[in-house]
Write a protein that binds this ligand. Structure first.
Ligand SMILES: Nc1ncnc2c1ncn2[C@@H]1O[C@H](COP(=O)(O)OP(=O)(O)O)[C@@H](O)[C@H]1O
Ligand SMILES: [Mg+2]
Length: 258
């Protein structure tokens, strides 16, 4: 995959971000830029602060220090009303697809527009749901229930819902954790398709290095509260950073043996 154009305007920029919970310092000086239309994958061990970092991007957490610049604006000083506006720029896909089991696919996907765009007619909502399901490659499943779908299909329905409000940015927190290899491939493809068809800027948290290298324009490796390495997948493979090498070697060993 071609490297992202690092000169493109950053859609997300984090400057010297610090965050502690009590005496536990999680992030101690994060700097990061995500160019518009590119995909950044955040790698790091369990508990290294990946989710905490992502939560700062949508203002779910406030930093102790630093800036979080989204689409040109520092969101750190934002109050509740501004944050609600900001969140319309984001779509989010979490580990558990978090669909409502008692609702049909149609009702699940329509949910954000029924909440935020009450002025739309039912026919318009139907048309939008149909369009978004087509984008994720799942036409005609409106009347099915989440329980009848495979894990990969549920993820796709989750993405269809996340893009209903036409976000500029899509955040994925461990979208492939717990999935079998074939479903993992289909979710990776979904992330690539969403980028290509929607032109969105994406941030993906992953612990799956194969997936990470497949979908990323850039990869950032988080360790000990800082981003110790950041670059294209090819650059990361050749990194001399000891923490990153240790992290990658576990995976390369497994791959060699399989
Ligand atoms: N709201 C919170 N209050 C206190 N500690 C938290 C909170 N959220 C996260 N942490 C701690 O911050 C660290 C990083 O968490 P997290 O970002 O979820 O890790 P991961 O890299 O696995 O996503 C963990 O030690 C976690 O316990
Ligand atoms: Mg996490």
């Amino acid at each position: 995959m071609a490297a992202a154009d690092q000169t493109a305007r950053p859609m997300i920029e984090i400057v010297d971000l610090h965050k502690s919970f009590g005496s536990h310092t999680v992030l101690s000086g994060i700097n990061l830029k995500v160019p518009q239309g590119s995909t950044l994958v955040i790698l790091g061990g369990s508990g290294s602060g990946k989710t905490v970092m992502m939560k700062h991007m949508i203002g779910l957490l406030k930093p102790d220090q630093g800036q979080v610049i989204i689409d040109g604006d520092d969101i750190v000083p934002y109050g509740a009303v501004q944050l609600e506006q900001l969140r319309k720029k984001f779509g989010m896909v979490f580990q558990a697809a978090a669909l409502f089991d008692s609702m049909t696919v149609y009702q699940n996907v329509a949910f954000p527009v029924l909440e935020h765009r009450k002025e739309l007619s039912e026919a318009k909502v139907r048309a939008l749901v149909k369009e978004k399901l087509a984008v994720v490659g799942l036409s005609g499943i409106e009347e099915r229930y989440p329980a009848d779908l495979s894990g990969g299909m549920r993820k796709r329905v989750g993405l269809a819902r996340a893009i209903m409000l036409e976000p500029k940015i899509v955040l994925y927190d461990e979208p492939t954790t717990g999935l079998d290899p074939i479903t993992t491939d289909s979710v990776d493809q979904m992330i690539l398709d969403a980028k290509r068809h929607l032109g969105v800027t994406s941030v993906v948290i992953s612990h799956d290095i194969a997936s990470a290298f497949k979908v990323a324009d850039n990869v950032a490796f988080l360790s000990q509260g800082v981003i110790v390495e950041q670059g294209t997948p090819a650059q990361l493979r050749h990194s001399t950073n000891p923490a990153l090498r240790a992290y990658l070697s576990t995976w390369f060993d497994l791959e060699r043996r399989s």
